[in-house]
Design a protein around this ligand. Structure first.
Ligand SMILES: [Zn+2]
Ligand SMILES: [Zn+2]
Ligand SMILES: [Zn+2]
Length: 479
């Protein structure tokens, strides 16, 4: 979000200028807490092996980077504690706040079934053995969200009004091919895109909302276009996405899309925000974090909410529901789009499926078996980059999806770290912290081994989390 990015940038600039001049000439300074925390995180990112260092060594590294900083080891420790960055600390998770229900009207792939588990919510299981490399299913998006960055090009007819694909000069002679809009200046790249977009396009972009007409439109187009500008200005993809999702839901006369969206793993954005906030907002994505304070964040949410209400004057939603839509979108989307079946896949750092999204985005995705899968085995995907370190993965998963991973890979990584520690030195403190993490993990998600016997029918209450993958880059707080 612009506002806070500016703040962040200023801090960065200040910080870089400190770094660039030679330290000897510098007066000692007392750094701001944020500078210290950012520096520690920068050290961890530069060299992930430093994540396991004790406070004394970490403090020494900070001093090495900033010889003129007046900062004690004690202050470093206090700050890491304040921002919940000590590995021995109990971490805020929100998996227990994620609810899901059985999905109505879902047509499952032949070898797949949905199972409700008490610990992990909805899961996909293999009904039959699946061979390595086999295509398990392919699907089109349930909710398609075009790239927000291209909306101006779309308005000028230089990009497809549906998928956002840039159009070449030659392709722009689409008038001949009947791919232009009769009413406005927008064009589509293909018949398929024109067809996909036919209902939504008219509803969102044509006609002025008139409350006095006999059948007022679902969408106030002017308010929608204003909203689109606002999302672009704030780089707020999630708001743009939920606006499109809500329009889709309202235009779906069968009501099925609404039910399907509501049955997905559901969580309020303000609950997710607590995890970001607890981590100093720092691990929300790999580009560094947003520096929102709670009040700023709420002001922004409310502003977005008002704009959403204006776009749908006939069908207002509550602010609470708005936050739920945003949280739910954030944990369920994959590259901005929302897929019905794929959103049932739970996470594992060593997954047994590969999810390939089409480069044109509109064609949807294909799910392949990454290795031989036994009958009764849960199908899994990874929400984070599996090559990241244990600590990085755990943080990303906790902040973005609210849980602590207890998969076999995490357990063996933790054991390996523990072995290294105990053989290298007497860092009892850190060894203890890994034990704590594993213990905590066990309490949270059970043994991670997951029940392998396959229940015959769907049952149990889905009180527990079910989570789904979402684009790593979309994780900014406001999203
Ligand atoms: Zn297109
Ligand atoms: Zn049009
Ligand atoms: Zn894991």
């Amino acid at each position: 979000m612009n506002m806070t990015q500016d703040i962040k940038l200023e801090e960065k600039l200040e910080y870089i200028s400190i770094n660039d001049s030679s330290p000897e000439d510098q007066e000692p300074i007392i750094p701001h807490e944020r500078q210290i925390v950012d520096q520690v995180i920068a050290i961890w990112k530069e060299d992930p092996s430093t994540e396991n260092l004790g406070i004394a060594k970490l403090h020494a590294l900070v001093k090495q980077k900033h010889p003129n900083w007046t900062v004690s080891e004690k202050r470093v420790k206090q700050l890491l504690k304040k921002f919940s960055l000590l590995s021995s600390q109990e971490q805020f998770t929100y998996a227990k706040d994620i609810k899901s229900e059985l999905t109505p009207d879902i047509e499952l792939p032949p070898k797949v079934q949905v199972v409700m588990t008490s610990k992990r919510g909805k899961c996909l299981y293999a009904k039959k053995p699946i061979n390595k490399g086999e295509l398990i299913w392919s699907e089109a998006p349930l909710f398609f969200v075009p790239p927000l960055a291209n909306v101006h090009l779309v308005e000028h007819g230089s990009a497809c009004a549906n998928c956002g694909k840039l159009l070449q000069q030659t392709e722009m002679k689409t008038v001949l091919k009947g791919l232009d809009c009769d009413v406005c200046s927008e064009v589509w790249c293909s018949k398929n895109c024109k067809q996909m977009d036919s209902q939504l396009h008219g509803a969102l972009k044509h006609n002025v909302f008139n409350p006095n007409s006999k059948k007022p439109k679902v969408v106030d187009s002017n308010a929608f276009l204003e909203m689109q500008e606002y999302c672009l200005k704030e780089s707020w993809n999630a708001l743009f996405a939920i606006t499109l999702i809500y329009a889709n839901v309202l235009l779906d006369k069968s009501g099925v899309k609404q039910k399907q969206f509501n049955a997905m793993a559901r969580v309020s954005q303000d609950v997710r925000y607590k995890a970001l906030d607890a981590g100093g907002g720092t691990f929300d994505n790999m580009n560094g974090g947003a520096l929102f304070v709670q009040e700023q964040q709420e002001t922004l949410w409310k502003e977005g909410y008002e704009k959403l209400l204006r776009a749908f004057p006939k069908n207002p939603i509550s602010y609470k529901e708005f936050l739920y839509m945003m949280g739910t979108y954030n944990i369920n989307n994959l590259d901005s789009n929302v897929f019905l079946t794929q959103s049932h896949l739970n996470h594992n750092c060593d997954p047994n499926t590969t999810v390939d999204t089409a480069s044109d985005r509109v064609s949807g995705l294909k799910v392949f078996a990454k290795r031989d899968i036994r009958e009764g085995e849960e199908l899994t995907t990874t929400y984070v980059n599996p090559s990241h370190t244990l600590n990085q993965r755990q943080r990303e998963l906790r902040v973005n999806w609210g849980f602590i991973c207890a998969c076999e890979k995490c357990k063996s990584d933790a054991k390996a770290t523990e072995r290294r520690k105990s053989s290298s030195s007497s860092k009892k403190q850190d060894t203890k912290s890994i034990r704590n993490m594993l213990k905590e993990t066990k309490e949270q998600v059970g043994d991670g081994g997951i029940e392998l016997q396959i229940p015959n029918e769907i049952g149990g209450d889905g009180e527990r989390r079910k989570s789904v993958r979402f684009d790593e880059t979309v994780v900014a707080v406001g999203n």
